[in-house]
Write a protein that binds this ligand. Structure first.
Ligand code: SAH
Length: 371
């Protein structure tokens, strides 16, 4: 008989199991707390269960966990974890310390939601892998538990961004279940939904699900005309063109004091002119939002180029002049291929990590890193 993986169960499934075993109801909550709050991986450590109950539990179940096969540390101290899954596929998560003037203790974990990606954005390495499979809820939560286990006790992960490998809204039910476990205050990991940001390439009808999850929404816009966006993000834009996407954004039920984030990857000579910036201003008129400009992170085999710093600043200046709040995203972890768009491996195109020093820190003034 194969053992039941406790971490793969939802709270309701665990409650049903506890009932079937004839245990009192509160036993389910005890177990959940061990899994998500104490983050144990050994049933023997559940010290508020009697020895005989622990033995019974261990005879029928186990606690699956992720553990990195590789940890790469960047010059800027960003860390990329490579996690093998039980079917030997791999995902990556990136831990980003933020020492900017605003927050000295912010520690953001960037999570993957799929192995590979449903979409085919031409500037993204993950998109070029194709979709291998969706992650299950516990594989999404597992990245948080594993990363936190590797950190000192007094160094909590403070923010989560669903911006790693994959399109979260192409795997929305697993993502929603993962968010439930990550935000539950009674037995779950206990994150405030305000500290979680989900980034989508624009699966417009599913934005309502993000509202239901209560997390922040970031939308990867990346282009200002359908023609341009069809070229850069064909799979998503041909189904949900800009008008549809922006209408869904305008209909998004923003809570007080919250706003949308729009991400815009700047690609040299593709979408980085002042005309692009002026069109962006028009598209976003009236939306409560901020814009994160992400200068393209290059990776081997991709023809796109990162624009010059001057070009990036000029783009930002147009937005600012029109009253938009625009930040230049400092791309951390570029030297370990841990920055936006650099996660994953494409078969037949081995990705080489550039030599130390080549991923020099971005010299332009940086206001904000993640989310
Ligand atoms: N599928 C989701 C989340 C993953 S991509 C989405 O599209 O939002 C996370 C962010 O990285 C997106 O804003 C995407 O546009 C950006 N990105 C992808 N490839 C990039 C690259 N090579 N350089 C810079 N940003 C990139």
């Amino acid at each position: 008989m194969s053992l039941i993986d406790l971490i793969a169960l939802s709270a309701d499934e665990l409650a049903a199991l506890v009932r079937a075993w004839g245990w009192p109801r509160y036993r389910a909550r005890q177990i959940l707390r061990w899994l998500y709050q104490a983050r144990i991986t050994d049933i023997a450590a559940m010290t508020d269960l009697s020895h005989s109950d622990r033995a019974r539990l261990a005879a029928q179940s186990r606690i699956g966990s992720l553990s990195p096969s590789e940890v790469l540390t960047s010059e800027d101290s960003t860390r990329k974890f490579v996690f093998p899954l039980e079917d030997d596929k791999h995902i990556e998560s990136v831990l980003i310390p933020d020492t900017s003037f605003r927050s000295t203790d912010r520690l953001t974990l960037c999570l993957s939601t799929q192995v590979g990606c449903t979409l085919d954005c031409t500037f993204c390495l993950t998109g070029q892998m194709g979709l291998q499979r969706n992650l299950r809820a516990h594989e999404i939560v597992g990245q948080v538990l594993a990363a936190q286990r590797l950190l000192p006790k007094d160094r909590p992960i403070t923010n989560l961004v669903l911006m790693g490998m994959g399109e979260p809204l192409a795997n929305a039910s697993a993502v929603e279940e993962a968010i439930r476990r990550l935000t539950n205050q009674t037995w779950g990991v206990g994150f405030s939904p305000r500290r979680i940001t989900l980034s989508t390439a624009g699966l417009s009808p599913r934005l309502t699900q993000v509202a239901r999850m209560g997390v922040n929404l970031a939308v990867s816009l990346n282009a200002t005309t359908n023609e341009q966006r069809n070229r850069l993000m064909p799979a998503v834009n041909k189904v949900y063109p800009l008008e549809t996407l922006l209408a869904a954004c305008r209909a998004f039920p923003l809570k007080p004091h919250r706003r949308l984030t729009f991400e815009y990857v700047l690609l040299a000579d593709v979408n980085d002119t002042e005309q692009d910036a002026a069109r962006l201003v028009k598209l976003l008129r009236g939306l409560r939002c901020k814009i994160n400009l992400i200068p393209f992170n290059e990776f081997p085999g991709n023809p796109h180029r990162r624009p010059s710093d001057e070009r990036v600043l000029r783009f930002q200046a147009v937005l600012t002049r029109h009253g938009l709040e625009a930040y230049i995203r400092k791309s951390k972890g570029r030297d370990i291929l841990g920055a936006c768009g650099q996660l994953g491996t494409v078969p037949d195109a081995p990705v080489l990590v550039p030599p130390p020093g080549s991923g020099s820190p971005h010299p332009i003034p940086i206001l904000q890193s993640h989310a």
